[in-house]
Design a protein around this ligand. Structure first.
Ligand code: PMP
Length: 353
């Protein structure tokens, strides 16, 4: 029996995507070849990557002043590719937790980095609000959704300088003015598909401004020139990206996805707020629609709670090791029925305690 998978990533994908991807592993579009064995230079694969690129732009509502790249190395490689390509004098970052910190640490290898806001002093429970962006910086970097603490930017800061966002854990989960961003990156393994590829959406006009030499594989301009095929791309992962992007369209696009995500998150947060045995971690106004971090008020009841959710066929509910407690990751593909199962477990926990 399929489990209710609340894992933070790799994570649940739509069942139809699992099915189509499985078929393509055996016989890709009746070609007599597996999607795992087709050449990245074949017309079949070129068609996949071209369609994925166009659908990503369409989903974000962006025009062709942006490029879409499918790169290797996860979001963690983008932590250094971004400053490599963009940091000349100074970059500014907002520190909203573990992943923002990792991005900051890498950027510091390339030049001056200023942290203009941080929510560290209260355990990253909130998103900084009073944001003043210096006009002389090369770019501002934010992490739109903080996968571990369960916070999310609900208002994207206005900037005169290029805005760069790590959207690994909330890409295409909601309507946004994506044109506010000059560069967006996201590892695939949450809302985009199978781990492997990293999507980078970049506005061409911010590139080519730094004086340093950039290694070819990390150079966005070089990757654009080679259409993400400077070396062998993560072909299977890109194929699953395409299936997920097509699924988003089938659902009615990003607005329909957002409405469903809001409804799902409300169902769970309402129970967390009602249930006297648990408490949510993030400040209410900054709660993430994707990652719901919560704690038991009485840690000695952990075993009892763990037994209940495991018996309900739930998987992946343990909190990140940096925070502890519990985390329900409820990405785009998470069905409302699975959230209802978790809500019922929380109610049963209260009843039996
Ligand atoms: N940024 C965020 C917001 C993340 O949640 C993660 C992974 N969970 C990363 C970056 C790192 O991604 P990767 O493993 O693809 O390098």
């Amino acid at each position: 029996m399929k489990k209710h998978n609340f894992s933070a990533g790799p994570s649940i994908l739509p069942q139809s995507v699992f099915e189509k991807a499985s078929e393509a592993v055996l016989n890709f579009e009746n070609s007599g070849l597996s999607v795992l064995e087709i050449s990245h230079r074949s017309k079949e694969f070129l068609n996949v990557i071209e369609k994925a690129r166009a659908l990503a732009l369409q989903t974000a509502g962006l025009d062709d002043s942006y490029e879409v790249l499918f790169l290797h190395g996860g979001a963690s490689t983008q932590f250094l590719s971004v400053p490599y390509n963009l940091l000349e004098k100074k970059a500014v970052y907002i520190d909203t937790g573990t992943w923002a910190n990792k991005a900051i640490k890498e950027a510091q290898l390339f030049g001056k980095v200023e942290i203009i806001n941080s929510s560290k002093s209260n355990g990253y429970k909130h998103i900084p609000k009073d944001i003043h962006v210096p006009a002389d910086a090369d770019y501002l970097h934010i992490t739109t959704n903080n996968t571990i603490y369960g916070t999310q930017f609900h208002h994207i800061p206005n900037t005169e300088i290029p805005l760069v966002a790590d959207m690994s854990s909330d890409i295409f989960s909601r309507e946004l003015d994506y044109s506010k961003f000059s560069l967006i990156y996201a590892g695939s393994q949450k809302n985009l598909g199978a781990s492997g590829s990293t999507m980078v959406i970049v506005k061409r006009d911010i590139l080519g401004r730094v004086s340093r030499k950039i290694p070819s594989i990390l150079d966005y301009q070089n990757q654009i020139k080679h259409e993400s095929m400077f070396n062998t791309p993560t072909t299977f992962s890109v194929y699953v990206n395409l299936l997920v992007l097509q699924w988003i369209q089938e659902q009615g696009g990003i607005k329909a996805i957002e409405n469903r995500n809001k409804h799902k998150a409300k169902l769970l947060y309402d129970e967390i707020d009602r249930n006297p045995l648990v408490e949510g971690y993030a400040a209410k106004e900054d709660r993430s629609l994707m990652n719901v971090s919560f704690f038991l008020k009485d840690a000695s009841m952990q075993e009892k709670f763990d037994t209940l959710w495991k018996n309900a066929n739930i998987s992946g509910l343990k909190g990140h090791r940096n925070l502890g407690g519990y985390r329900a990751s409820i990405y785009n593909a998470m069905p409302i029925q699975s959230i209802q199962v978790l809500v019922d477990v929380l109610k049963e926990f209260e009843k039996k305690s």
